[in-house]
Ligand binder design. Structure first.
Ligand SMILES: *[C@@H]1O[C@H](CO)[C@@H](O)[C@H](O)[C@H]1NC(C)=O
Ligand SMILES: *[C@@H]1O[C@H](CO)[C@@H](O)[C@H](O)[C@H]1NC(C)=O
Ligand SMILES: *[C@@H]1O[C@H](CO)[C@@H](O)[C@H](O)[C@H]1NC(C)=O
Ligand SMILES: *[C@@H]1O[C@H](CO)[C@@H](O)[C@H](O)[C@H]1NC(C)=O
Ligand SMILES: *[C@@H]1O[C@H](CO)[C@@H](O)[C@H](O)[C@H]1NC(C)=O
Length: 182
């Protein structure tokens, strides 16, 4: 993939994954997290909360019991059609490098959306409590077909899978005229 396309794809994916709520047409419906290695990653919670009648917010609280210096994430998006089928994205990103390079305009947009609601506002290493609190603020910059989606994120330390954060959401293209986007 061309570099710009890649950055765009990553950004869009992050929007899907992290957003979920500010636009009335996008609603997270389930969040499923799993640690593959309890001696490094412990989840305290991973849940959606009602934010308003049409929105939910994503809330994560987990602990890295030892410092993580080498973090990558495998992201795969799926769309429901007789079960979930691969849709649009399937790539692996060096998360430490991503946090060091905040000079990409689109990444900056994402960054601005999450910086006030996460503890992730620094470069590697990551250690101790990691949180995402009441995250609901998003604007999807692209038309998406209506449907049920799933974003799977598998997190690897030193290239070995450590935990997963998977989020399901429903997207509805056409909204009532009265709905307002923020
Ligand atoms: C699990 O975590 C420990 C650190 O607590 C680490 O030493 C070990 O390599 C990890 N195992 C795997 C399979 O990643
Ligand atoms: C996150 O979990 C830790 C460990 O259980 C707890 O001490 C902390 O209060 C939790 N934070 C929030 C905001 O719930
Ligand atoms: C984050 O907080 C800063 C300082 O309070 C504020 O200026 C900024 O607008 C906030 N960003 C978002 C996306 O809420
Ligand atoms: C990260 O966020 C915390 C809490 O909002 C703030 O105190 C800290 O200065 C921020 N760090 C960076 C590097 O932005
Ligand atoms: C991350 O860890 C893997 C496996 O140990 C290693 O091959 C890779 O070079 C490391 N990456 C960085 C940026 O250190």
């Amino acid at each position: 993939m061309d570099h710009k396309v890649f950055i765009f794809a990553v950004s869009l994916l992050l929007l899907f994954y992290l957003g979920c709520g500010e636009a009335p047409s996008l609603k997270m419906t389930n969040a499923v997290c799993k640690s593959y290695n309890q001696s490094w990653v412990v989840f305290h919670y991973c849940r959606l909360k009602a934010y308003s009648r049409t929105k939910t917010s994503l809330n994560l609280n987990l602990t890295f019991t030892e410092p993580a210096n080498n973090i990558s994430v495998h992201v795969k998006s799926m769309k429901k059609a007789n079960g979930y089928k691969p849709f649009l994205f399937d790539f692996t990103l060096d998360a430490c490098e991503f946090m060091r390079r905040r000079n990409h305009p689109v990444a900056k947009i994402i960054w601005n959306m999450i910086r006030n609601v996460s503890t992730v506002n620094h470069t590697c290493p990551y250690t101790g409590l990691q949180m995402l609190s009441d995250f609901h603020n998003v604007d999807i910059p692209l038309p998406l077909p209506s449907g049920d989606y799933l974003v799977l994120m598998d997190w690897l330390f030193d290239r070995k899978p450590q935990f997963a954060t998977n989020v399901y959401f429903t997207y509805v293209e056409d909204l009532l005229p009265s709905s307002s986007k923020h």
